[in-house]
Ligand binder design. Structure first.
Ligand SMILES: [Zn+2]
Ligand SMILES: [Zn+2]
Length: 183
């Protein structure tokens, strides 16, 4: 690195070699783009990213916490709602030279939160974006019991029942409700 941590300057990249002598602590608020969490993210506050990096085996161990809040769009009724998160992070960082050669082993390692690095550094903006992507639900719901829209008339069922006749309970074909073959 060209320069180390300085007072008053935000250091958003950790030089891992600094942890060779003593654990390095970090506590930052990286700004990540809403799209990092997927298309249902309307906005996201700066992500709180804190923890420490220490030397471990052939590489480093990063332990910490990711927390923050975002505004999401409900996958059923499209209403926006606030979403808060706070999750622990534990990453084992190993030099690329230590990576297993066959893909199967590599996939297995990934599940154990092992990351391989070409350069001994961690970009905290990238880490914040990646961790944010992990905490945002695949299909955000404003409430577990959100009723969404009626597949027939499009009414928002959270506002009350529509006047459609009761439907069969088989929802497997619901996604096809508005589908018509091309003529
Ligand atoms: Zn909803
Ligand atoms: Zn209806």
């Amino acid at each position: 690195m060209l320069h180390g941590p300085r007072k008053g300057k935000r250091v958003l990249r950790i030089d891992l070699t600094h942890a060779d002598t003593e654990p390095q602590e970090f506590d930052e608020r990286p700004v990540v783009p809403p799209a990092a969490g997927g298309e249902d993210v309307v906005s996201v506050a700066p992500v709180e990213l804190s923890g420490r990096v220490e030397r471990a085996g052939r590489g480093y161990l990063l332990e910490g916490r990711v927390a923050g809040s975002a505004r999401l769009r409900c996958g059923r009724c499209l209403a926006e709602f606030d979403f808060s998160f706070a999750e622990p992070i534990e990453l084992h960082l190993l030099p690329l030279a230590a990576a297993p050669q066959d893909d199967e082993t590599r996939l297995g390692r990934h599940e154990l939160e092992v990351r391989y690095y070409a350069e001994p550094s961690v970009d905290l903006v990238e880490l914040a974006a990646e961790q944010f992507a992990l905490v945002v639900p695949m299909k955000p719901l404003c409430a577990e019991e959100c009723r969404g829209f009626c597949a027939r008339c499009g009414a928002n069922l959270n506002l009350g029942a529509c006047s459609c006749p009761p439907q069969s309970t088989d929802v497997r074909f619901a996604p096809l409700a508005g589908w018509r073959p091309d003529e």
